[in-house]
Design a protein around this ligand. Structure first.
Ligand SMILES: NC(=O)c1ccc[n+]([C@@H]2O[C@H](COP(=O)([O-])OP(=O)(O)OC[C@H]3O[C@@H](n4cnc5c(N)ncnc54)[C@H](O)[C@@H]3O)[C@@H](O)[C@H]2O)c1
Ligand SMILES: O=C(O)C[C@H](O)C(=O)O
Length: 329
């Protein structure tokens, strides 16, 4: 029997939490032989605590063989004590009339506090996935506030954007999602995100030979970039089960490897492809041995450079705003 891994999840009683926790405990994220100590964080108010208790009752009622223990707290330091993996989901979602970046004012402070708490009590090599929006910049905040932890390990979720692109391509070309390779989404989980078909293949054939450029730039890219808004309009709530699924995919591949496949993770830039060092930026990565590597050596066309530059601009502007928030916090 393996030793349990300590997994912290914030926003445990929210929409995403309700899809995510049950899949973590059934072994979808870390494997069917990996026991888990689950540590939940919710807001300190009666409704959130009650909802959190209800979720724990349901987790109990599933009798998950892999769930070694579960605890719930409204104190970040208690929740993150010894945590080896943290999924930072707890944050306000946007409403139909908002951009994700409009959430910075509401959510930035959460990631200042949680970054500081992790810095004091988490495993120094903790792997962090930020889901709460705007997730790239929130991951940047948490990393800045946790100088004692491994900075590479502060990542944000763009796997949902990749999964959305894969499904659009599979519908368009009538293929299986598993036939598709080398299709990353660069940049920010925001309006400028860049689903990049340049190197994508379907059963080994270049996707760009199978679709026309107009469909790519005028249909696919806007459809993926506005999918979150389309779901909010349709459901009245932001995506939840698909977001939880993407979080599972992100952490599973990071921990257990992507078998040579490119996957999209937003990670601290090392300066690759002209992206300023330190921005939390969506890149194509390959995961192996519990780590990720940005795919290197790609020749970028002017079209790719221009799309990447728009994301650099958006994230640089957000970084300027939050640098002030961090300095004042
Ligand atoms: N990156 C992505 O692809 C992606 C996809 C979907 C949603 N999101 C984002 O995920 C976040 C959560 O979405 P949701 O639909 O689950 O929202 P929700 O409102 O249903 O749940 C959020 C939960 O977080 C809790 N929470 C708030 N502040 C907290 C704090 N400081 N500590 C602990 N818990 C706290 C709330 O009490 C609530 O239970 C939102 O910001 C949303 O925009 C991101
Ligand atoms: O769009 C949102 O605000 C929610 C989430 O980021 C999504 O992409 O579904």
């Amino acid at each position: 029997m393996k030793k349990p891994i300590k997994v912290a999840v914030t926003g445990a009683a929210g929409q995403i939490g309700y899809s995510l926790l049950f899949r973590i405990c059934s072994g979808d994220m870390l494997g069917k032989d990996q026991p888990i100590d689950l540590m939940l964080l919710e807001r300190n108010n009666e409704a959130s605590m009650a909802a959190s208790r209800g979720v724990i009752m349901e987790l109990d009622d599933c009798a998950f063989p892999l769930l070694n223990s579960v605890s719930s707290s409204c104190c970040a330091k208690e929740c993150f004590a010894g945590a080896q993996i943290a999924l930072l989901v707890g944050a306000r979602p946007r409403s139909a009339d908002m951009q994700r970046s409009d959430l910075l004012a509401a959510n930035a402070q959460i990631f200042v506090e949680q970054g500081r708490a992790m810095n004091e009590v988490a495993d120094p090599n903790i792997k962090v996935l930020v889901v709460g929006n705007p997730c790239n910049t929130n991951a940047y905040i948490a990393r800045r506030c946790a100088p004692n932890l491994n900075p590479r390990n502060f990542t944000a979720m763009m796997r949902l954007d990749q999964n959305r692109t894969f499904s659009q391509i599979a519908h368009k070309l009538d293929c299986k999602v598993t036939d598709i390779e080398k299709l990353p989404v660069w940049g920010n989980h925001g309006g400028t995100m860049f689903p990049d078909l340049t190197n994508a293949t379907v059963r080994g054939e270049a996707v760009m030979n199978l679709i026309d450029q107009t469909w790519y730039t005028e249909d696919l890219i806007p459809t993926v970039a506005s999918r979150g808004s389309a779901i909010i309009k349709a459901r009245g709530h932001s995506s939840a089960a698909s977001a939880a699924n993407a979080a599972i995919d992100h952490v599973r591949d990071w921990v257990n490897g992507s078998n040579g496949r490119w996957v999209t993770m937003a990670v601290p830039s090392d300066g690759s492809y002209g992206v300023p060092e330190g921005l939390t930026f969506g890149f194509p990565v390959v995961c192996k041995d519990g780590d990720y590597e940005i795919v290197k050596g790609l020749e970028l066309s002017d079209f790719q450079k221009e799309r990447i530059a728009k994301n650099v601009k958006a994230l640089t502007e957000e970084r300027e705003i939050v640098d002030q928030i961090i300095a004042q916090a």
